[in-house]
Design a protein around this ligand. Structure first.
Ligand code: SF4
Length: 207
């Protein structure tokens, strides 16, 4: 692994108590997830585009894991709520970060809060898969700026939210009922009771 920037951010994350690995690309990340899932009976998916791009769901299901992914279109609305609650107590939860600061803080902005809640407490193990494109040069202000400029507009379009940023690509700190920016979580240190792994991938993944 020769990406110096990734190695520096990995060192910063380790100082904050996270287990970190730098990986060359998505196939290495997918292989690592299969190893980390070995003792998990159930695996939850937070809805991350990054994780979807790894294509691990089928492999995990084939390995006998119970999959909880609320984004699966097969669920009816009531069932979907149930699945979101099951994701909160799965053995291993897969997610990403909307941004990662140069000094090793994971930053996420969420609408329902289920994704960030599961990343903090509940699942026995949480795996953040973070592509190199999520790393910002500065601190928290830069992280939030990235999220509002890149992640939120694209997520609003993906989720068909009727927000200003979906239409214009620019955040106007809206009051739309469809607003997805409702909870901001900054992980300063590994949460005490959760086994958190961060897979830093030397490839652009998700947004
Ligand atoms: S506050 Fe509204 S306009 Fe701004 S990024 Fe969030 S959803 Fe989009």
């Amino acid at each position: 692994m020769e990406n110096r920037r990734l190695e520096e951010v990995a060192a910063a994350l380790r100082r904050r108590g996270f287990a970190v690995e730098c990986l060359a690309g998505r196939s290495a990340a997918a292989a690592r997830i299969m190893v980390l899932a070995e003792n998990a009976r159930s695996v939850g998916f937070g809805g991350s585009v990054t994780v979807k791009e790894l294509g691990v769901e089928g492999s995990l299901a084939a390995a006998g894991k119970v999959i909880w992914r609320h984004g699966d279109p097969k669920w009816l609305p009531d069932e979907k709520m149930d699945v979101m609650r099951r994701e909160l107590t799965c053995d291993m939860f897969l997610t990403s970060a909307n941004a990662l600061t140069a000094d090793g803080r994971l930053v996420n902005i969420d609408g329902n809060g289920n994704r960030v809640a599961a990343s903090i407490f509940g699942p026995r193990r949480v795996v953040f898969v973070v592509g190199r494109n999520k790393i910002v040069d500065g601190g928290l202000d830069d992280a939030v700026e990235r999220i509002k400029r890149v992640a939120c507009p694209l997520n609003c379009r993906r989720l068909d939210r009727k927000t200003p940023c979906a239409a214009t690509g620019t955040c106007s700190d809206c009051s739309s009922p469809d607003r997805i920016c409702r909870v901001t979580v900054v992980m300063d240190r590994r949460p005490s009771k959760t086994d958190v792994h961060v897979l830093l991938v030397d490839e652009d993944l998700g947004y």
